[in-house]
Design a protein around this ligand. Structure first.
Ligand code: FES
Length: 128
């Protein structure tokens, strides 16, 4: 783990991830994986009046992936779906601090997992 600053947000979110776990009866689930590294992320959403009321995640992956999903959940909780969709992997990286470029894809995976969950929610709502 020598490539990360021990006092960075990244290490803090990796060692103390926020909003870990599953939600009972989620309104939507997002699931993505990276075929190159094999890491998998799942995001669970509770949505009320277009607002993300609760969010939890399970990340089976590297430190940067766990920290990225943790930061993402804090960023989007309480936001509208449209606001949440605007949060990019770049924003996650700004918060996490410096990381080697070959870890950028870990932050992209978090963005994709959220998008997948929101798309899943929107498809379900269209059917109702
Ligand atoms: Fe796969 Fe980080 S190495 S998400």
């Amino acid at each position: 783990m020598g490539q990360f600053d021990k006092n960075s947000e990244l290490m803090d979110h990796f060692l103390h991830p926020r909003n870990v776990g599953k939600l009972d009866n989620p309104d939507a689930i997002g699931k993505v994986g990276n075929i190159t590294c094999g890491d998998i992320m799942e995001i669970y959403l509770k949505v009320e009046n277009n607002i993300i009321k609760n969010i939890k995640f399970q990340t089976f992956g590297c430190a940067a992936a766990i920290a990225s999903t943790s930061v993402l959940t804090e960023l989007v909780k309480g936001k509208t779906l449209e606001e949440a969709l605007k949060i990019s992997s770049k924003r996650i990286r700004e918060i996490l601090g410096e990381m080697p470029p070959h870890k950028y894809h870990c932050t992209v995976l978090a963005e994709q997992a959220l998008k997948d969950a929101i798309e899943n929610y929107q498809k379900k709502s269209e059917k109702k």
